[in-house]
Ligand binder design. Structure first.
Ligand code: ADE
Ligand code: ZN
Length: 330
């Protein structure tokens, strides 16, 4: 049995494994510019966030129908469950699909089909977070929020992702205000490649309740003190940070320093099909590379449920937290 945990930073499109990409391409008559899965895997050598995003958006071409999105989410949930995930808050990128002529209804209904049966089939509770692409316009984000209105019953919150540098959070002030007015929770990627000031802006201007990545907060001691004081969760993705060259090697990842500073960190997989591992693999990798103690690993698992948007179901959160405390490391 694996350590029970919640996954809070997971892009569903980033769970598209090469085998499924080719299967969906065949099903939909889409041709991919790679001969086979081996050749595709050879393209998974990234120099930075943008070099990954180029491939990530390119492969989305195979996702066309509700069935495709349901199959994608089912495959993720099966893998996540096998690695101890009990609760998953799943990002999706509607603008990347709308731009290809795939409506938000197709995406949400397809994902929703898999999510509806997830507890019964995989033992994983789920929520959906809709992300805005920060390298698209603020108007496009607002149109996307408008298009999502019929589906808000299925969406717990909004996030902000894609190319960070040059696209500060302030650009999305109005759409985050509108999302808050609709009762949506707010998170934002910040401090992955962008400066600590973007984290401050995500908190002050967007009202972000969690910061996705947040790695670069460590360059600003005042900001660290604030994040500690206000118990702002950071959804850290160690294997992603290495693959996208935010840190050189896992042994130099700042996660231990972040925990020592008192930050409420969680460990997540981000885009596991592209970065070499799911969330359990990330736990294993930091345990090996950073020598984290069993109590540190338990703290990370506890933090994941504390930071989750389970506020409507505190009984469930308490149940998951009890599972973490009862877990015996082998
Ligand atoms: N979209 C998918 N993965 C992402 C990441 N790590 N950062 C920003 N946008 C993303
Ligand atoms: Zn991410």
């Amino acid at each position: 049995m694996s350590l029970p945990k919640a996954e809070l930073h997971l892009h569903i499109e980033g769970t598209l494994e090469p085998e499924l990409a080719f299967a969906l391409a065949a099903r939909n008559g889409v041709s991919l510019p790679y001969a086979d899965t081996d050749e595709l895997r050879k393209a998974y050598l990234f120099s930075d966030l943008q070099s990954f995003l180029n491939l990530y958006y390119e492969l989305m071409a195979v996702l066309r129908t509700e069935d495709d999105f349901a199959d994608l989410a089912d495959a993720y949930l099966a893998r996540a469950a096998a690695q101890g995930v009990r609760h998953a808050e799943i990002f999706f990128d509607p603008q990347a699909h709308i731009a290809r002529g795939v409506g938000i209804g197709t995406v949400v209904e397809g994902l929703g089909r898999a999510l509806d049966r997830s507890e019964a089939v995989h033992g994983v509770s789920t929520q959906l977070i809709m992300c805005f692409l920060r390298d698209e316009s603020a108007e496009s984000a607002m149109e996307t929020l408008e298009a999502a209105k019929p589906y808000l019953g299925r969406i717990v919150g909004v996030g902000l992702d894609s190319a960070e540098v040059g696209h500060p959070p302030v650009k999305f002030r109005e759409v985050y205000e509108a999302a808050a007015a609709l009762g949506l929770r707010r998170v934002a990627h910040a401090g992955e490649e962008g400066p600590p000031a973007y984290i401050v802006e995500a908190l002050d201007v967007l009202g972000a309740e969690r910061i996705d990545h947040g790695l670069r907060c460590m360059e600003d001691s005042e900001l660290v003190a604030r994040l500690v004081r206000d118990r702002v969760p950071l959804t850290v993705c160690p294997m992603s940070n290495v693959r996208l060259r935010a840190v050189d090697i896992l042994e130099e990842h700042p996660l231990p320093a972040m925990l020592d500073a008192g930050l409420l960190c969680t460990v997540n997989s981000d885009d596991p099909a592209y970065f070499g591992g799911y969330v359990g693999d990330n736990f294993h990798a930091v345990r090996e590379a950073l020598g984290l103690s069993q109590e540190r690993l338990r703290e990370l698992a506890r933090n994941s449920f504390v930071a989750s948007f389970l506020d409507h179901d505190e009984e469930r959160r308490a149940r998951y937290l009890a599972e973490v405390e009862a877990y015996e490391f082998s």
